[in-house]
Design a protein around this ligand. Structure first.
Ligand code: HEC
Ligand code: HEC
Ligand code: HEC
Ligand code: HEC
Ligand code: HEC
Length: 199
C-alpha cells in the first residue's frame, strides 16, 4: 500500500512542477494580456483618430529586429506645439526636459529568449502574398482601435508556423526569386526549419 501512495504522490508532484515550468515559460506571453501603462497612451487617439503612421513612432520596425518604443523626444515633436495639457502630458514633457527616459512602459509582447524574431524581415517582405510587407495588424490586431494595447494573437510556435506554411515556398530573397523563375522544382519553404527561429 505504502509504495503505491508514494508513487501517486510523486506523479502528482511531477505534474505540478511541469505545469509550473510551463506557466513560467508562458509568463507575459498570453493572448489578451493588456496591462495598465504608467501613462495612458492611446493608440486609438494617435494611430486611429489622428492617423499617425505606425512607423512614425516605431521606425525601428523597418530597419531592425526591434520595432522599439519611441522616446519622449518623439512625443515632443507634436506635444511641444499642441495646446492640450493633462497631468500625463506634463509628466512626459518634464521627462523630455530633464532628458530622462520617458516612462517605464510595461512590455506586452514577449517571446522567450531562445526565439529569433526580426521585424524588418517581415515589414519589408515583398512576398507575393504581402506585396507591401506583412501588415502590423496581421500580428498585432487592430491596434489603431485600441485605447490600451493588448496582445491579440497567440505568439506561439504553432502560430508562427501556420502563417509560414500558408505562405510556404515564398522565396526569401532576390536570388531565390530569380532561381525560382528558372526552375520548376519547388523551393524549400520559408521559415519552417528549426534553425530559422532557434539559434
Ligand atoms: C505617437 C506614437 C505611436 C504611434 C503612431 C503608434 N504607436 Fe505603438 N506604441 C507607442 C508607445 C508610446 C507604446 C508604449 C506604450 C503602450 O504600450 O501603450 C506603444 C506600444 C505598441 C505596442 C506594444 C509593445 C509591447 O510592449 O509589446 C505595439 C504592438 C504597437 N505599439 C503597435 C503599433 C501599431 C501597429 C501602430 C500603428 C497602427 C502604432 N503602434 C502606432 C507609440 C506609438
Ligand atoms: C510577423 C509578425 C509581426 C509583424 C508583421 C509585426 N510585429 Fe511587432 N512584434 C511581433 C512579435 C512576435 C513581437 C515580440 C518580439 C519579442 O519579444 O522579441 C513584437 C513586438 C513589437 C513591439 C514591442 C517592442 C519590440 O520591438 O519588441 C512593438 C512596438 C511592435 N511589435 C510594433 C510593430 C509595428 C509598428 C509593426 C508594423 C510596422 C509590427 N510590430 C509588425 C510580431 C510582429
Ligand atoms: C504626430 C503627433 C503626435 C505625436 C508624435 C504624439 N502625440 Fe500625443 N496627441 C496628439 C494629438 C493630436 C492629441 C490630441 C490633442 C487634443 O485633444 O487636443 C494627443 C493627445 C495625447 C494625450 C492626451 C490624451 C487625453 O486626452 O487625455 C496623451 C497622454 C498623449 N497624447 C501622449 C503621447 C505620448 C506619450 C507620445 C509619445 C510616445 C505622443 N503622445 C506623441 C498628437 C501626437
Ligand atoms: C502573418 C504571417 C507571418 C507570421 C504570423 C509570422 N511570419 Fe515569419 N515570415 C513571414 C513571411 C511572409 C516571411 C518571408 C519574408 C521574406 O519575404 O523574406 C517570413 C520570414 C521569417 C523568417 C526568415 C526565414 C528564413 O528562412 O530566412 C523568420 C526567422 C521568421 N519569419 C520568424 C517568425 C517568427 C519567430 C514568428 C512568430 C513569432 C513569425 N515569423 C510569424 C510571415 C509571417
Ligand atoms: C517560425 C519560427 C519557428 C520555427 C521554424 C520553429 N520554432 Fe520552435 N518556437 C518558436 C516560438 C515563437 C516559440 C515560443 C512560443 C512557444 O513556446 O510556443 C518556440 C518554442 C519552441 C520550444 C519550447 C516549447 C515550449 O513549450 O516552451 C521548443 C522545444 C521548440 N520551439 C523546438 C523547435 C523545433 C525542434 C523546431 C523545428 C522542427 C522549431 N522549434 C521550429 C518558433 C519557431
Amino acid at each position: 500500500m505504502r509504495p503505491l501512495i508514494i508513487l501517486i504522490g510523486l506523479v502528482i508532484a511531477v505534474l505540478l512542477v511541469a505545469t509550473g515550468v510551463k506557466r513560467l515559460f508562458r509568463m507575459g506571453m498570453q493572448q489578451g494580456y493588456a496591462p495598465a501603462q504608467p501613462i495612458a497612451f492611446s493608440h486609438k487617439l494617435h494611430a486611429g483618430d489622428n492617423k499617425i503612421p505606425c512607423l512614425y513612432c516605431h521606425y525601428g520596425a523597418r530597419t531592425s529586429r526591434h520595432a522599439g518604443i519611441p522616446s519622449s523626444s518623439v512625443c515632443m515633436n507634436c506635444h511641444g506645439l499642441l495646446e492640450k495639457q493633462t497631468v500625463e502630458i506634463e509628466q512626459f514633457k518634464e521627462a523630455a526636459q530633464l532628458d530622462r527616459p520617458l516612462v517605464a512602459w510595461t512590455k506586452v509582447h514577449n517571446l522567450p529568449d531562445f526565439v529569433y524574431f526580426n521585424h524588418s524581415r517581415h515589414v519589408l517582405s515583398r512576398a507575393p502574398e504581402f506585396p507591401s510587407g506583412v501588415p502590423c495588424q496581421s500580428c498585432h490586431g487592430p491596434v489603431e482601435t485600441m485605447a490600451r494595447i493588448e496582445q491579440v494573437t497567440e505568439l506561439t510556435m504553432g502560430w508562427c508556423l501556420t502563417c509560414h506554411r500558408e505562405h510556404a515556398g515564398v522565396p526569401t530573397n532576390t536570388l531565390e526569386r530569380a532561381a525560382k523563375r528558372f526552375s520548376e522544382r519547388p523551393k524549400p519553404a520559408t521559415g519552417l526549419d528549426c534553425a530559422s527561429c532557434h539559434y
